[in-house]
Design a protein around this ligand. Structure first.
Ligand code: SF4
Length: 219
């Protein structure tokens, strides 16, 4: 196999990481804190918990908690309760946090990708998302993929629902990352089968009758 494309992905990642590290340092943040902030700006309402942040960053809850405390102290993230479950805490990126991320995203790699034009950018995103999902599944971890590529997404555009929660999903919701994302089997299929990430990771969403509850991620 020609590993040229893999090496390119690595080099692009290194270029962007160097730019992000420089911006983070200028803004008084660590790269881990910036990663947490970026994740929270891209995830859905089922995935904005401290435990989900730790799982996404592949770190301990204690380490993620320290990053989140710093982001809260700087006014970049706000903590809110859950209307259904008093044990659950959600994390919302503040306006100041969104403004900071706009600055972070003004990097050369992002500009180069935008320069491809919408169609080629969408195709590139689709291919890279498939590669990322496959690699994550091979590791036995969660994919944290975009909702619109999840096998639990039901209904037609304008009338989407989550098959796990039964809740309606807006078009904007389907463009967000989800801790319970489960890829459709189409795309880049790993050798040796696929497997559902939920088989190896803790559940985050549990249908309870006509309701749902987030439990394990916050124990
Ligand atoms: S359809 Fe999949 S990705 Fe979307 S909210 Fe439900 S579990 Fe998450």
């Amino acid at each position: 196999m020609d590993t040229g494309s893999v090496e390119l992905i690595e080099r692009i990642g290194a270029v962007r990481r160097a730019a992000r590290r420089a911006v983070a340092a200028r803004l008084g943040l660590s790269l881990a804190q910036l990663d947490a902030l970026e994740y929270l700006a891209s995830c859905n309402r089922y995935s904005d918990t401290p435990a989900a942040v730790a799982a996404f960053l592949d770190t301990t809850r204690g380490t993620a908690s320290q990053s989140l405390k710093t982001l809260e102290r700087k006014g970049l993230v706000a903590r809110t309760g859950d209307a259904r479950d008093g044990r659950v805490r959600h994390l919302r990126v503040s306006d100041a946090g969104l403004a900071l991320l706009a600055e972070v995203h003004a990097d050369d790699v992002t500009a180069a990708v935008a320069g491809l034009g919408r169609d080629r950018e969408d195709e590139l995103a689709r291919l890279l998302e498939a590669v990322l999902e496959t690699a994550q599944r091979r590791r036995g971890g969660r994919t944290f993929g975009l909702c619109r590529t999840c096998r639990h997404l039901e209904g037609a555009p304008g009338d989407h629902r989550c098959g796990l929660t039964g809740e309606a999903l807006s078009a904007a919701d389907t463009a967000l990352r989800c801790a319970e994302h489960s890829p459709r089997t189409a795309g880049v299929e790993p050798e040796g089968g696929t497997g559902d990430p939920r088989a190896t990771g803790p559940h985050a969403i549990h249908p309870v009758g006509s309701e749902w509850a987030i439990l394990d991620l916050n124990q």
